[in-house]
Write a protein that binds this ligand. Structure first.
Ligand code: TMP
Length: 211
């Protein structure tokens, strides 16, 4: 599926606590200041059904990994048809906190759902659609864990052991190595401003956008 229009789809990925939300916000502000139309969204979520699925995932304890991946892709399909695609076709910069690489890492690498099955679900729900750019933020796991602990909504859904964080971090590095042309791995250690400068440089290089 090709999307032929002025909009761009930029995805932020990485372990919980790497600073994705901060960078999503900074980029949205920057692009808005430059007069671009901007839509900020997240996965799972972004639509009414997607947010309900997000709540369901958060509230349900010990969900089967296959059920989990099916719910992720159900939310993704709704998000794609109702929000992502229409906004891109309308010329928006859609900035999304997570997309299907998260399924490859969290359900595939972490919970051993077959990568073939995940890619079939990807094909079924979004076809050949891919982000224009995926920025993967990489950070030392101890720093990520401390940041997550400082958040007041630290619950079982995002409470992972150090091993789990390390597996997820390594998973994103593997995904980045497997898709070198459409992903950029950025070291997220440093002030939000310093990390943001690296992100802007990447956007200039990959998307030919003046930021
Ligand atoms: P976050 O939006 O605060 O980053 O939390 C979303 C959580 O959902 C995070 O722990 C990663 C997880 N997740 C998956 O397991 N699979 C997916 O496909 C997506 C999009 C998120």
């Amino acid at each position: 599926m090709s999307v032929n229009c002025g909009g761009k789809f930029i995805v932020f990925e990485g372990c919980d606590g790497v600073g994705k939300s901060t960078q999503v916000k900074l980029l949205a502000e920057k692009l808005s200041d430059l007069g671009q139309k901007v839509c900020v969204t997240r996965e799972p979520g972004g639509t009414e059904a997607g947010e309900k699925i997000r709540d369901l995932l958060k509230e349900t304890r010990k969900i089967d990994p296959i059920c989990e991946v099916l719910l992720m892709f159900a939310a993704r399909r709704d998000h794609f048809v109702k929000l992502i695609l229409p906004k891109i076709q309308d010329g928006y910069f859609v900035i999304c906190d997570r997309f299907y690489y998260s399924s490859l890492v969290y359900q595939g690498i972490l919970k051993q759902v077959s990568v073939g099955d995940i890619m079939r679900l990807k094909q079924m729900t979004v076809g050949d659609f891919e982000p224009d750019l995926t920025i993967i933020l990489d950070l030392d796991v101890d720093i990520s864990i401390e940041r997550v602990k400082m958040r007041c909504n630290f619950d079982e859904y995002d409470e992972m052991s150090r091993i789990r964080y390390s597996t997820v971090r390594e998973g994103f590095c593997k995904v980045s190595a497997a898709f070198p042309f459409c992903t950029t791995l950025i070291n997220a250690d440093g002030s939000p401003g310093a990390v943001f400068s690296k992100i802007l440089k990447t956007i200039r290089q990959h998307l030919n956008v003046s930021v």
